[in-house]
Design a protein around this ligand. Structure first.
Ligand code: SAJ
Length: 400
């Protein structure tokens, strides 16, 4: 094969499929044998539109094969997770393990690219690791960092059409990496160095996190000031140079709620706004759970009986089935911890079954509950007819 792709997850597999669609042989590697087996059958283990057909075709035509170990190739792509450890410090052990796996296979002029979101300096660290293990290759491998920026749900389109930032450890590496991506990417390719490319990925997501924190802070202020925050933001955005995002019940997903910590962990004294934004967005989820609690007590005082409560949505954002790092899920867990014999209806229209939560169809929940808390602005909620006597907590602007 010409390409070895280490990591066949949310980014690695679509990228492998795309490269294979361009009739380049890809050897995909994943530590999970069941993932490997699924892919070799031409099937997929994640939910992403159009990925199934791309993988099925690539495997059928023989351009994509998966295994648990790498083989010799010309280009090695590292697309493994970089989670964080306790104290919000990034964990690059998967990147390191993947690198160690390919080190013995490397030869002069090969291309080694990290795509995994990584703390600044990771690419240089991996370069040192490679050349310490293979001193005879010192300076002869083209090493680069090239982050992706695709939106889950639209990956197959964005992989091809988004601009990319390409940062080599030297100019030759940047040029080689650029020539590689040029084969299958239609977006513009922007050259820089590895450190800038690493920081660029982190900053993109931190920027969005900070902007959402601003909207969430406004929602707290407006709650106290008795102002409708949705109307306020709508009006403020009529200004030609103002563009405020939408408040919600916190920030979730695997990227925006995680990547800013990679900056804060490394530069704690300088990253004040970035760190505070994380705190505000986390606090917003806690605040929503407290609001449900208060509504419960108020209802009981007023009516002399316990209310029933519907929690609408568990996903980390509207119209998806992904519950990773989901603030709505956190709120549901917190509310249920404080349960005191009330009836609860947990709703997530995008999934049929959940290990922990017993799910109720959304229309039934809205009909039966006294208090309806909207945690995610799923499309189907927007057309719900809600009886006048219900207490509605609209945390995410379903009825804005
Ligand atoms: N959210 C709000 N208010 C808003 C917009 C979003 O509360 O106005 C919340 C969502 O509900 C969700 C979270 O933010 O909980 C993140 O959702 P998102 O749609 O903004 O982003 P993700 O996590 O699906 O994907 C992001 C994207 N990054 C940016 O937009 C800067 C994507 O391009 C990246 O590739 C991806 O992270 C990643 O993998 O890093």
């Amino acid at each position: 094969p010409s390409v070895v792709m280490i990591g066949l997850g949310y980014i690695g597999l679509p990228t492998a499929a795309l490269i294979a669609q361009n009739k380049t042989y890809v050897h995909g590697v994943d530590i999970n044998p069941s993932v490997v087996e699924t892919i070799n059958q031409g099937k997929i283990h994640i939910v992403e539109p159009e990925l199934d057909t791309a993988v099925a075709e690539a495997v059928k035509e023989g351009y994509l094969r998966a295994a648990t170990t790498p083989v010799e190739a010309n280009t090695y792509l590292i697309v493994v997770p970089t989670p964080f450890k306790a104290k919000n410090e990034p964990d690059i052990s998967f990147v390191e393990a993947a690198t160690r796996a390919v080190v013995p296979l490397l030869k002069k002029d090969d291309l080694y690219i990290i795509e995994s979101t990584s703390p600044v300096g990771t690419t240089e660290k991996m370069m040192q690791l490679i050349y310490t293990e293979r001193p005879e290759l010192d300076g002869k491998i083209n090493i680069a960092y090239c982050p992706e920026r695709v939106l889950p749900g639209n990956v197959m389109y964005e992989l091809v059409h988004n601009d990319r930032v390409i940062g080599g450890v030297n100019e030759k590496a940047t040029e080689k990496a650029l020539a590689f991506y040029k084969q299958f990417i239609k977006g513009a390719l922007h050259k820089t160095n590895a450190r800038t490319a690493e920081m660029c990925k982190l900053v993109e997501n931190a920027s969005r996190d900070v902007q959402i924190a601003f909207a969430n802070e406004l929602s707290l202020i407006c709650d106290k000031a008795d102002i409708n925050v949705w109307e306020l933001i709508d009006l403020a955005n009529k200004h030609p140079r103002v563009n405020i995002l939408q408040p919600g019940c916190g920030v979730g997903g695997h990227c925006i709620a995680v990547d800013p910590y990679f900056i804060v962990a490394e530069y704690p004294m300088e990253s004040k706004i970035i760190g505070t934004a994380r705190e505000i967005n986390n606090y917003k989820s806690f605040w929503c759970a407290e609001k449900v609690q208060t509504a419960k007590l108020e209802f009981e005082l007023k009516h002399g009986r316990k209310p029933s409560i519907a929690l609408m949505g568990l996903a980390f954002k509207p119209n998806i089935d992904d519950l990773r790092e989901s603030p709505a899920k956190y709120i549901a867990q917190k509310v249920l911890q404080n349960a005191n014999n009330e009836a609860y209806y947990i709703v997530e229209p995008n999934i049929t079954d959940h290990k922990v939560f017993k799910l109720t169809p959304y229309k039934d929940a809205a009909k039966q509950a006294d208090i309806i808390a909207f945690l995610v602005a799923h499309d189907e909620f927007k057309t719900l007819e809600i009886a006048e006597d219900k207490v509605v907590l609209d945390f995410c602007g379903v009825f804005k």
